[in-house]
Design a protein around this ligand. Structure first.
Ligand code: NAD
Length: 354
């Protein structure tokens, strides 16, 4: 399920998590925070989102090494007013901010039925689904968005003005395996271009990227000099701005022009996150919600497959399948990404897991 290249290594979930934790601890992160970040990265690999798995580790380590973030900051509540909470991450690790903020949003939605927590001055929190799944596990509909460095031009433009600003929504499910949407508001996340480069691909699918003149391209080299394409044209530009409004504008800290990526060094990234939670039981008992979700999904899946396909999927299906396969057979890491991870391990004097 990883394409034609053979993996350099295949790691079990626990091997991958323990290795990532050791790398982060070697870089100065406390063991509990390192375990959290490692768990978020391995979650992405388990679910087939390799662009947001261990491949991100060298970037996080470079950020720590460059002094761009404070690996042991936990942040503070900036304000709390009924169902609305504003958090200042104080430039700590994004996963640490997100763990604290999802805890607050669940608490507030239990009290008020619906809640929003906005976090400012924080960092990359990995795959947004990790956080919405946590909210869904509390019996609430979870929505998470974050902003990211400028990679996407507005529709009809040829300068990057907005990030790949992802949106995730997860719903409660009796076995925790419900409908789960998690997507960038560009056609794909930046990490997918990076993975293509590390895997020495020359081409990418049309629709992923624009060249520097703003023309659609399938050449990776032109895409790397150009931009990511807004998802679905001008609608993606609208969604990207919607996320930036819920994050940067509402957070009151850095916003679009100020946000830096995990690959840029020399200053804090000033990322914002926003988490929303809706307590389903304010509307109906959870079993009724589960039954209605099942009916909706069955309705959607009753569409006959289009030419070239043998089934219809809904959001979350591909990732649950990856998770089953990779829990059973391990996480394959391709040679390109593994080289960068090995290099980082050597620099930190950390033993490889295999
Ligand atoms: N933290 C950040 O700054 C940041 C920025 C951008 C993206 N991301 C993350 O990058 C990851 C990848 O995003 P992406 O947009 O490249 O992912 P993607 O293009 O693979 O889209 C994934 C979504 O589409 C659904 N999907 C896939 N195939 C489907 C099918 N055949 N039928 C129905 N649904 C289907 C998946 O279940 C998932 O919800 C996400 O985890 C996102 O949160 C993070």
């Amino acid at each position: 399920m990883t394409g034609p290249l053979s993996p350099a290594v295949t790691l079990s979930e626990s091997q991958a998590r323990e290795f990532a934790q050791r790398m982060l601890v070697a870089a100065g992160v406390s063991p509990d925070k390192a375990l959290l970040v490692a768990s978020v990265l391995v979650y992405a690999n388990l679910r087939g989102i390799d662009s947001h798995g261990l491949a991100l580790l060298p970037h996080y380590l470079d950020q720590i090494d460059a002094g761009d973030l404070d690996p042991n900051a936990t942040g503070r509540i900036a304000s709390e007013c009924q169902a609305c909470l504003l958090y200042d991450g104080e430039n700590g690790l994004g996963a640490v901010t997100a763990e604290i903020c999802t805890g607050h949003v669940i608490r507030l939605a239990r009290q008020y039925g619906i809640a929003i927590v906005v976090a400012r001055e924080t960092n990359h929190f990995g795959p947004a689904a990790f956080w919405t799944q946590r909210i869904a596990a509390a019996g609430q509909i979870g929505i998470a968005v974050c902003d990211a460095s400028l990679q996407v031009p507005p529709w009809q433009g040829k300068a990057a003005k907005i990030g790949t600003n992802p949106i995730s929504m997860a719903v409660p499910h009796p076995e925790g395996r419900g409908w789960l949407l998690d997507m960038a508001t560009s056609t794909v996340a930046l990490g997918k271009l990076e993975q293509a480069k590390l895997n020495r691909q020359e081409t990418i699918p049309y629709g992923w990227a624009l060249d520097r003149e703003g023309r659609p391209t399938n050449l990776l080299s032109a895409a790397l000099e150009g931009f990511l394409m807004p998802l679905g044209g001008y609608k993606g530009s609208g969604l990207g701005m919607m996320v930036e409004i819920l994050c940067g504008v509402l957070g009151g800290g850095g916003m679009a022009p100020d946000i830096r990526g995990i690959r840029q060094h020399g200053a804090p990234s000033r990322v914002n996150h926003s988490f929303l939670a809706i307590d389903v039981e304010r509307f109906m008992p959870l079993p009724t919600f589960y039954e209605r979700m099942d009916r909706l999904i069955a309705h959607v899946k009753s569409a006959p497959p289009a030419a070239g396909y043998n089934e219809v999927l809904v959001a979350g299906d591909p990732e649950w399948r990856y998770e089953d396969e990779r829990r059973a057979h391990g996480i394959p890491i391709l040679p390109g990404p593994w080289e960068t991870i090995e290099r980082a391990a050597r620099r930190l004097g950390v033993a490889l897991p295999v």
